[in-house]
Write a protein that binds this ligand. Structure first.
Ligand code: AKB
Length: 319
């Protein structure tokens, strides 16, 4: 087990990333060093393994109380409204995605906490750039509320690093695919739902059109990348806005073909909704060479190995 000064707090810890990140951090640093928090109640498990705090991240007084009480030094601030949900409630998305980040940056500026991780997204990209292999330094013109909040957040991270030496690190996550916890409110969520429906019903209706490619990543690779970034020496971090992460790139049609290799009768149909326009505003693939060079980003899964893992684990979970 590795030693750490102070405790680690995870916000949004019951969400898709938080569920897996909390467990991995507890394995690395010890259960007593990791505090989970979420706006939802803790799951009603008699053997809930980690300390849990109920926290609405917009309640800054409670947020501060938790940080002080547990002597938290590192915060993985994952609580966020995703792209689909943000379009439905822009004012809430702005407040929720920005105010707690600024609160944490100010705590780090005052040296109450030492390090922050904050997730950005491929949603920062928009018009005026090529669709494929989008690089780290391109004009950012998001067309969604969510993308606007993520772009603003990235700029705040950079500002607090430049002006106050705040060690805040960030990744532009692509769509994340996992089986442990459901995705919630994103445009890339079809790539999670499809596996559940494939097993439950043998068919799926995709809200994204068949040939729309988006960058995607299996959760194990996302967690490994996040921890690798946070452990990298400060002098290796050349990007203080947010690092591109490309993962893999596929369309719903290609993902359906991958599932059909495991479940031969699987059928897919298409009924694009408002999220289609969001998907079309995002890149199809991402160049993440800067993250590879700076802190050794690497991946272990491709579409087919991910499909095998997803189906295998969901089958076990359902049995
Ligand atoms: C979403 O679809 O909103 C997220 C994202 C790409 O940030 N998964």
């Amino acid at each position: 087990m590795e030693t750490i000064t102070g405790k680690i707090l995870i916000t949004g810890a019951l969400g898709q990333i938080g569920t897996e990140l909390s467990a991995t951090l507890a394995d690395i640093y010890g259960k007593h060093n990791v505090i989970m928090s979420d706006v939802r109640e803790a799951p009603d498990a008699p053997d809930a393994p980690l300390t849990f705090e109920r926290l609405d991240v917009m309640d800054l007084e409670t947020f501060r109380g938790i940080i002080d009480r547990h002597e938290v030094k590192v915060v993985y601030h994952l609580a966020s409204l995703l792209s689909g949900t943000s379009e439905k409630n822009p004012a809430l998305a702005w407040r929720l995605n920005i105010d707690p980040l600024l609160f944490l940056c100010n705590l780090a500026k005052d040296r109450v906490i030492d390090q922050i991780f904050w997730p950005s997204s491929i949603a920062v990209f928009g018009r005026g750039i090529p669709k494929e292999n989008v690089g780290q330094e391109v004009p950012l013109n998001p067309s969604t509320v969510y993308g606007i909040t993520k772009l603003a957040g990235e700029k705040w991270c950079e500002y607090y690093f430049n002006q106050h030496g705040v060690d805040v690190r960030s990744i532009r996550y692509p769509g994340l695919i996992s089986w442990k916890a459901p995705a919630g409110g994103g445009t890339t969520d079809y790539a999670v739902e499809i596996y559940h429906k494939a097993l439950e019903e043998g068919r799926y209706t995709s809200f994204i059109a068949e040939n729309t490619a988006m960058p995607m990543l299996y959760m194990d690779d996302a967690i490994a990348a996040t921890i690798r970034l946070m452990r990298a020496p400060s002098q290796a971090i050349s990007v203080r806005t947010s690092y591109n992460l490309g993962g893999m790139s596929f369309t719903p049609k290609q993902l359906a073909a991958s599932i059909r290799r495991e479940i031969p009768g699987f059928e897919i149909s298409y009924a694009p909704d408002f999220r289609q326009a969001i998907a079309e505003s995002w890149p199809a693939s991402i160049d993440d060479s800067v993250a590879r060079k700076d802190w050794g980003l690497a991946y272990w899964y491709d579409m087919d190995t991910m499909t095998k893992e997803m189906l295998e684990n969901l089958r076990v979970k359902a049995s």
